[in-house]
Design a protein around this ligand. Structure first.
Ligand SMILES: *Cc1c(COP(=O)(O)O)cnc(C)c1O
Length: 376
């Protein structure tokens, strides 16, 4: 947690739960990634944190924006982002939304199926298209392994067809899985991409772009390499599979830009035990899965926690949210321990919570309002 956030919390004491994001860290994370991968175009994945101050800061740094819906496109548009700096990266779009985006001037779209290609041909004639190839999500804490992408053989045919229907077969995209901790996954994906590039080349089509996706990490409980290591792995893989004939590249970082920049301030509502023999305490917080922490699903994303009583003896805990839903348990099997001195009313900080939290909060499940957000 940065001094700036600490000072803010101490001075303002905002009601909990709330998300506080340090925009200077957002900027630092962007600059660090850009420096590590200087030849890749950056399209920030807006869905990770679409707050206006985040988009505005990244806009000033020259970032592009990867969008998941027409609503995100309209949001960016309202903030003055030029359409050439937006990509419509979802592979599941309504035809009228494609038409609207195209009407705004957006000209880069992803797809992974014949039916989506047909929509693009009708609604965005002449647009550049990236065919998303499937990855298995191995090594990722939050895999994106089944829902998106097609087999490379299918990608070859679809991109050939793209040209036949009046689109510009621009290249390929993939996503190796979010919070990907194995940098070797890019080598696999880039290797598959090279096969598709080669096959299309033999059919007279020169692809130009590889969209290397997201997957760059934030700092949670389990270690991940620094972004520089990802950049080295990617550069080495590009050289290995493409030699001197390097394609253009773009990346769509989400989590790694705002993730470490934010913390969620929470309050302990209840501490209880379920029997005289179980030594685990149940710690109920004023935020849970429905308040902006859905990524605790299957305990996949394990946030680092901080309390004002750290340093003393600790004991095992189950951590749960405040709603009446049984699934609103954050961590039961991940072996969290918290200080034995912890009391009802104490504050707990959830660290690296700047990505995939606030916009995931329910609008009012059990009457709890969405998460308050402060950008400083
Ligand atoms: C969510 C998403 C991203 C961002 O992924 P991170 O793992 O958060 O970096 C990038 N590209 C696409 C297409 C996405 O859906």
């Amino acid at each position: 947690m940065t001094d700036k956030i600490q000072t803010y919390l101490a001075a303002r004491r905002p009601p909990t739960p709330c998300l506080v994001v340090d925009l200077d860290i957002v900027e630092e994370n962007y600059r660090r990634l850009a420096a590590a991968l200087p030849t890749a175009e950056i399209y920030y994945a807006v869905k990770a944190n679409p707050a206006r101050p985040v988009i505005e800061r990244l806009d000033r740094l020259g970032s592009g924006f990867d969008t998941a819906s027409i609503y995100e496109i309209e949001r960016c548009r309202a903030l003055g982002i030029a359409p050439e700096r937006m990509a419509y990266g979802s592979t599941v779009k309504k035809e009228r939304d494609i038409a609207a985006a195209h009407g705004y001037g957006v000209s880069l779209f992803a797809f992974d199926s014949e039916a989506e290609l047909a929509k693009l041909a009708r609604a965005a004639p002449g647009a550049r298209v990236l065919c998303r190839i499937a990855m298995e999500g191995e090594g990722a804490d939050w895999p994106l392994s089944e829902k998106f992408g097609c087999h490379p053989d299918m990608a070859v045919d679809l991109l050939e067809r793209a040209r036949a229907v009046g689109l510009d077969p621009y290249g390929l995209s993939f996503h190796v899985g979010s919070q990907q901790r194995d940098t070797a996954q890019w080598d696999i994906a880039i290797g598959r991409s090279a096969v598709v590039f080669g096959a299309l080349n033999r059919r007279g089509i020169e692809l130009r772009m590889i969209n290397l996706g997201g997957g760059f990490p934030a700092r949670y409980r389990r270690d991940a390499p620094p972004v520089e290591r990802y950049a080295e792995a990617i550069s080495a893989a590009l050289t290995r599979h493409f030699g001197n004939n390097l394609p253009l590249t773009m990346i769509e970082p989400g989590r790694c830009i705002p993730g470490d920049a934010g913390i969620i301030q929470t309050e302990v509502v209840l501490i209880s035990r379920k029997s005289y023999v179980d030594d685990r305490r149940w710690i109920y917080l004023d935020i849970g899965r429905f308040g902006g922490l859905p990524e605790v699903l299957d305990e996949a994303i394990q946030y680092r926690l901080r309390t004002g009583r750290d340093g003393g003896p600790t004991g095992p805990v189950v951590i749960a949210g405040p709603t009446c839903d049984e699934v609103d348990i954050l961590y039961e099997n991940a072996r969290y321990e918290l200080p034995l001195a912890l009391e009802v009313g104490d504050r707990i900080q959830i660290l690296s919570a700047g990505a995939y939290t606030a916009t995931y909060a329910s609008v009012g499940f059990n009457g709890f309002p969405p998460l308050d957000e402060y950008y400083i």
